[in-house]
Design a protein around this ligand. Structure first.
Ligand SMILES: [Zn+2]
Length: 127
């Protein structure tokens, strides 16, 4: 899944559970669950990182840095760091991304739309 959609689903879950520790724990589990769906990915790493960070920054400014939605969004996106940081995959093994189905499935357009709608909803809504 695209990074900003991971941020969006983690943030939505955090906003729903309203518990910081629970939001932090839920994030990576949601990441793995979301990646199980067949999906397209955006092959542009700087767009991925930029849009993910931008979504998180908007949420943090609007809601507060340690809001459960911000923490959930951050930990939901965090597993994708293993794509870019070699020390996160000792022996070349990825912890969160095994057996992913390549290509097809949910288009990047649909994911972007969903991410934007979810983040927009969370921004429009105060805690
Ligand atoms: Zn992933």
């Amino acid at each position: 899944m695209i990074v900003s959609l991971h941020v969006a689903t983690g943030a939505a879950a955090g906003a729903l559970v309203r518990s910081r520790p629970f939001a932090v724990l839920l994030g990576p589990a949601l990441h793995v669950a979301a990646d199980r769906f067949r999906h397209e990915d955006i092959p542009d790493q700087s767009f991925e990182i930029g849009s993910g960070l931008a979504s998180l920054a908007l949420l943090a400014v609007r809601r507060w840095l340690f809001d459960p939605a911000v923490l959930g969004g951050a930990t939901a996106a965090a597993p994708d760091l293993e794509h870019v940081l070699p020390f996160l995959r000792p022996g070349g093994r990825k912890l969160f991304h095994w057996g992913e189905q390549p290509g097809g499935g949910i288009s990047t357009d649909a994911q972007l739309l969903l991410a934007g709608a979810t983040v927009g909803f969370l921004l429009g809504r105060r805690r």
